[in-house]
Design a protein around this ligand. Structure first.
Ligand SMILES: [Zn+2]
Ligand SMILES: [Zn+2]
Length: 241
């Protein structure tokens, strides 16, 4: 790469040629932003329904999916486990570190996972942020990621949902059941016609799958044919929740 182009790339993507974790220069432009040393392990064995990571391939479903059958989405997948420190760092960067260009790096891994899942879908949508939250952050990370995924598959990206409640308090420390309850009525359909469509729903992280499930519920209420979920990170599925 010539020096002018290189400097230009650095301005647009300040860390584009550096590892997103250790900031060491990447030997070549890595599509997922990790150097060899920092690259997290991909989820190898997973629940066939919710995509939660499993210790081995001896079972088909995670503890949660064996106990319940309350998902409104057809299936969910994620390339990485949220428990991995480097995965957490990437998610932190896009959420709180004001680094929107990380969306493209995340979308690359997620698109690869969608390809492997072999899903057919009509449109891409994303978990919305409340307007106030999006204004504070300057962007909605899931919307940015969805944009890149839509581009990768040549599918339209639609704003099918709205977040109608604004929680000042973070809900990540709530238990699973509390979290499901706190999310009820948080999302509404935007008016975008989803009837009869198969939808790919994008979010950054799904640990309890409560948020994506609530969004999938709304999309199904809007008569969406099917909802698939892709996130960057998922939880461990064979430990107690
Ligand atoms: Zn690195
Ligand atoms: Zn599961």
């Amino acid at each position: 790469m010539n020096i002018v182009k290189r400097i230009f790339t650095k301005l647009v993507y300040p860390d584009g040629l550096c590892c997103v974790i250790c900031s060491n220069e990447l030997p070549k432009d890595s599509p997922n932003g990790f150097c060899e040393k920092c690259e997290p392990k991909r989820v190898k064995h997973y629940c066939e329904i919710c995509g939660a990571s499993l210790h081995n391939g001896l079972r088909k479903y995670c503890d949660g999916c064996l106990k319940r059958d309350l998902w409104y989405f057809g299936a969910a997948r994620a390339p990485f486990e949220y428990a991995d420190e480097n995965v957490k760092k990437v998610v932190w960067k896009i959420k709180y570190g004001n680094k929107p260009y990380v969306a493209k790096l995340m979308a690359h891994e997620m698109a690869e996972t969608v390809k492997r899942a072999g899903w057919n879908f009509d449109v891409v949508t994303y978990v919305p942020l409340h307007k106030k939250r999006a204004r504070k952050r300057g962007y909605n990370q899931s919307e940015l990621i969805a944009g890149h995924i839509g581009e990768a598959f040549g599918k339209p990206v639609v704003s099918a949902l709205e977040k109608i409640t604004y929680a000042k308090r973070t809900t990540t420390k709530l238990g699973r059941e509390e979290r499901i309850k706190s999310l009820e009525g948080s999302f509404a359909l935007s008016g975008e016609n989803v009837k009869g469509k198969t939808i790919l729903l994008v979010d950054d992280v799904a640990t309890t799958h409560a948020t994506v499930n609530e969004c999938a519920k709304m999309l199904r209420l809007g008569k969406a044919e099917k909802v698939y979920v892709i996130t960057y990170a998922t939880s461990r599925g064979d430990d107690p929740f």
